[in-house]
Design a protein around this ligand. Structure first.
Ligand code: HAM
Length: 411
């Protein structure tokens, strides 16, 4: 028996947590409504296994990416297969697409999915080792209108939950222009190689564009005069990028171009985007995605364009929670037995518009205030003998301390 097994209680692993109570209610609320929106956009639900061959992610997300290089939960199973817990959802969906030979069938496929993903990262606010994504993937459409469609769908989801965001947009070019851009960038960076962080010194040979989104300040300083990818696009990529910006503007979707946005996964070409929020701390990306026109080929299929995105559910729920906490929660109780009936009736009618918690045991003011605070309510409403007689209700706002007695029907 290991030392760990010997201890009395067992806790969930670092960076992993149970989803219960208010959080699980919010979780299903999010998934239900995001799914309903996805269905309206023509997506159907799919599930892929959580455990996959490690090679799947090496060939898609990329061996030089941090996700594959440093963060995979991989192991050899009892049949000597190299397997891992999926760090993201796209690769599994593409594997299915190729496995079922849908690359030969032609036409369009649209799938949405949600579920747990695993990355062995250093846990912090907004960064877990087991987290959940809601994602969508589209196959078979190379029109840039689809890029706009996908971005507008994410906006619809965020708007539904009344979440403010900033959309950052970039184009990563394609096989025609990206190799030349990488060469230009390497040429620029080689002059400063020794001044870059250790990771970026390696990236110059393994994946130079990842230097662009390094968080290290001294690396960022060396990028001020670096060539910009958007100035090095070939004609077709440039036309698509200009068109995408035009469509978004036409549809009133605000965005900013961030030429350093390269994303942490290697399969993207052309459009790449992130939705960020400045309300949830350093881990600010709530959704990310882009076009991956070569990924089907990387996984052994025939060339098929693809595009998709994933929303980080935990990060999004943080924002939904913040919003919820701004909404009123009413605690309602009786000061004597005789008022209970009226309290119940008033609570039921208040619930039509406001979250209302009811206390069935009649108590004095002081005890009710204590219970109300414990329950998370910001408004206490009480009915006793005097109020019952006058058909009024005593109401106190715990935050502003404002108190008043008003007619029950006004309440
Ligand atoms: P990603 O940017 O790696 O993209 O992840 C998408 C979202 O998942 C992030 O924006 C973030 O909200 C959330 N997320 C990522 N890592 C963590 C973490 N450790 N803890 C909490 N939340 C996290 C992808 O995974 C791509 N598969 C998206 C995609 C789909 N591209 C095309 N299709």
């Amino acid at each position: 028996m290991s030392k760990q097994e010997n201890k009395g209680t067992i806790q969930s692993l670092r960076g992993m947590k149970d989803i219960v109570n208010e959080e699980s209610t919010l979780f299903t609320y999010f998934v239900d409504n995001a799914s309903a929106i996805a269905k309206k956009y023509g997506f159907s639900y799919m599930e892929t296994p959580i455990l996959e061959e490690t090679a799947l992610f090496k060939r898609s997300v990329g061996e030089s990416s941090d996700i594959v290089n440093k963060e995979m939960y991989n192991f050899t199973d009892k049949g000597e297969h190299e397997v891992c817990l999926r760090p993201e959802g796209t690769a599994g969906v593409v594997r299915h697409f190729v496995e079922k030979k849908l690359d030969r069938a032609g036409g369009t496929q649209r799938w949405y999915y949600y579920g747990p993903m695993f990355r062995y990262e250093r846990p912090q606010k907004g960064r877990l080792r087991e987290f959940h994504q809601f994602g969508c993937e589209v196959f078979g459409i190379d029109s840039v209108y689809e890029d706009a469609n996908i971005i507008m769908m994410i906006k619809d989801i965020l708007d539904f939950f009344k979440i403010g965001f900033k959309l950052q947009l970039n184009s990563l070019g394609d096989l025609n222009c990206m190799p030349q851009y990488k060469e230009n960038l390497v040429q620029h960076l080689t002059g400063f190689k020794d001044e870059l962080c250790e990771d970026c010194q390696k990236r110059i040979t393994t994946n130079p564009i990842r230097v662009l989104d390094c968080k290290n300040e001294s690396c960022q300083a060396k990028l001020v005069n670096a060539p910009k990818i958007t100035h090095n696009l070939c004609e077709s990529c440039n036309t698509d990028f200009e068109k995408l910006k035009e469509i978004l503007e036409f549809n009133g979707v605000e965005f900013e171009v961030d030429t350093n946005l390269v994303r942490g996964l290697d399969y993207y070409s052309k459009t790449a985007f992130e939705f960020v929020s400045n309300e949830i701390g350093a881990q600010s990306a709530i959704a990310g995605g882009g076009r991956y026109d070569r990924l089907v080929e990387f996984l052994g299929g025939r060339p098929t364009p693809g595009i998709g995105f994933a929303i980080g559910i935990e990060r999004l729920l943080e924002l939904v929670k913040m919003q919820e906490s701004k909404e009123d929660i009413v605690y309602i109780g009786a000061l004597d037995e005789a008022s209970l009936n009226t309290v119940l009736k008033t609570a039921n009618s208040k619930r039509k518009t406001t979250k209302t918690i009811i206390e069935y045991t009649p108590r004095g003011f002081g005890k009710h205030f204590k219970l109300a605070e414990k329950s998370g309510a910001n408004i206490v409403a009480l009915i006793g003998e005097k109020e019952l007689l006058e058909q009024t209700i005593y109401v106190k706002n715990i935050e502003t301390r404002e108190e008043k007695t008003i007619k029950i029907e006004e309440f």
